[in-house]
Design a protein around this ligand. Structure first.
Ligand code: EPZ
Length: 421
């Protein structure tokens, strides 16, 4: 397994360009299955989750050409295999979007249950609830979901989600796109990548309104044609670099961002003492590395994102005073990285959903192990800030979601290198 070796202590200076949003790309690429025509998609991040999805789509008969860096042309007019390769499906979480796309286009789907980061139990009962409401017969086994058109056919419906679920919101939007009638999703998630998917589908001829609010309406259409679309910048990648500068110190211009998407993250970092300047499509962050304690409660968007929990926790371990971090989306997420941070000298006490973090002057380099994507990113930030050398193992998790991470950090002056075992 590959690892990163990091020699900490160097402030980060210069500029970094944020890639296309992972969680938008892994929804938009399966959505291409809905389109009988050519979709030209720009700003596709070159990360392992995207590479796996493209392999799945090619295996199904989608014609995919790379027009340039991050620019793909996908043509799903002729699908030759409607059963996505289960070995590949099990390698990531977002492969479950294939269910909604196949149900909408072909009125059936046989898709293996997804894999992905296992920092918590990640059920799909709300996805299933949506498919059933749309008239599908759903059969679930230990490792597969089988969807068929029910006796009354597939049709629009009204669905109230029991929990605010990004995945279920996206899957139901995809499933409803080509079904007759109107679908309304209540208690929908509002994340930027949901809006991005809806904008992509509307560009291809879908009729979706309300994405980004808690009520999303979809009027089914006969067919979707081709078109061009550019994926939004990655809110969490950008937040990760901001947290790195906050923890290590430095002066960095983070380019290709949508500042509005970052509000909750930047306002928290400002509370901790960093300077933030928002431009139209960039953010400048300055930090002395001396941070004040704060309190964070993760929430669905527009709240503080759970995917930034680990990264802000590292900042808290170095902040003066006592910080409190409450996780309201995935209660067990702390266990993916807190023990590792404690081995670097962090003072973290976990009680139920809350971590109490007492700041320390310095973290010490150590050999640590990534257990999931964002936990790995947090350990890299800790290594950049720590005194001495840190080795982060299992960095394949990290490379699922961060494009050219070593290259981007090196350009900011970080001392980091990848070691292949
Ligand atoms: C998406 O996961 C993201 N993944 C996650 O990012 C992110 O942490 C999460 O949304 C929350 O923002 C992708 O977009 C590929 P949810 P998802 O459905 O859709 C419960 C990363 O680091 N729930 O919004 O799986 C669930 O247990 C990854 O990029 C049900 O109970 O998350 C959780 O407590 C990690 N039943 C809450 O809802 C369901 O059917 C939110 O989950 C679905 C979810």
């Amino acid at each position: 397994m590959a690892k990163y070796e990091i020699i900490g202590g160097t402030p980060l200076e210069g500029s970094v360009t944020i890639s296309g949003a992972k969680n938008a790309a892994v929804a938009i690429l399966p959505a291409a299955l809905l389109v009988e025509g050519v979709c030209r998609v720009e700003n596709v991040p070159d990360i392992s989750d995207v590479r796996i999805l493209l392999e799945i789509l090619r295996d199904m008969g989608v014609r995919i050409q790379e027009e340039g860096p991050g620019v793909l042309r996908l043509d799903a007019t002729h699908i030759t295999n409607r059963c996505p390769n289960p070995e590949l499906v099990r390698k990531m979480r977002a492969s479950y979007y294939l269910m909604g796309a196949l149900l909408s286009r072909f009125h059936q789907a046989d898709v293996a249950l997804p894999g992905g980061c296992n920092f918590a139990s990640r059920p799909i009962d709300q996805h299933v609830k949506g498919f059933a409401a749309l008239g599908a017969d759903v059969e679930e086994t230990d490792d597969y979901v089988y969807l068929r058109e029910g006796p009354d056919g597939l049709h629009g419906s009204r669905i109230t989600l029991d929990v605010v679920s990004v995945g279920a919101t996206i899957n139901i939007i995809m499933a409803a796109c080509l079904l007759p009638g109107q679908t309304i999703i209540y208690n929908a998630a509002r994340e930027p990548h949901i809006v991005d998917l809806a904008n992509f589908l509307n560009t291809m001829g879908a009729r979706i309104s309300g994405a980004g609010t808690e009520v999303v309406k979809i009027w089914g259409v006969e067919r979707l044609r081709g078109g061009s679309y550019a994926i939004i910048p990655d809110q969490i990648e950008a937040g990760t670099y901001l947290a790195a500068v906050a923890a290590v110190g430095g002066n960095v211009l983070v380019q290709n961002v949508i500042p509005k998407h970052m509000d909750c993250i930047t306002s928290k970092l400002q509370e901790m003492g960093v300077s933030i300047i928002n431009y139209d499509d960039a953010i400048r962050i300055r930090s002395t590395g001396k941070l004040h304690h704060t309190t964070v409660k993760t929430r669905p968007y527009p709240g503080f994102p759970t995917d930034m929990q680990a990264q802000i926790c590292v900042c808290m371990t170095l902040a003066s005073g006592i910080s409190r971090l409450t996780e309201n989306v995935y209660e067990t997420r702390f266990f993916g990285y807190c023990t590792e941070l404690q081995s670097m000298g962090a003072n973290i006490l976990i009680t139920g959903k809350t971590a109490t973090v007492t700041g320390t002057k310095q973290l010490k380099g150590a050999t640590v192990c990534a257990h999931d994507l964002r936990a790995g990113a947090a350990l890299i930030i800790a290594g950049l800030a720590a005194q001495g050398t840190t080795v982060v193992e299992n960095i394949h998790f990290v490379e699922r979601g961060y494009e050219r991470l070593v290259e981007k950090l090196t350009a900011l002056g970080a001392n980091i290198r990848r070691i292949d075992d």
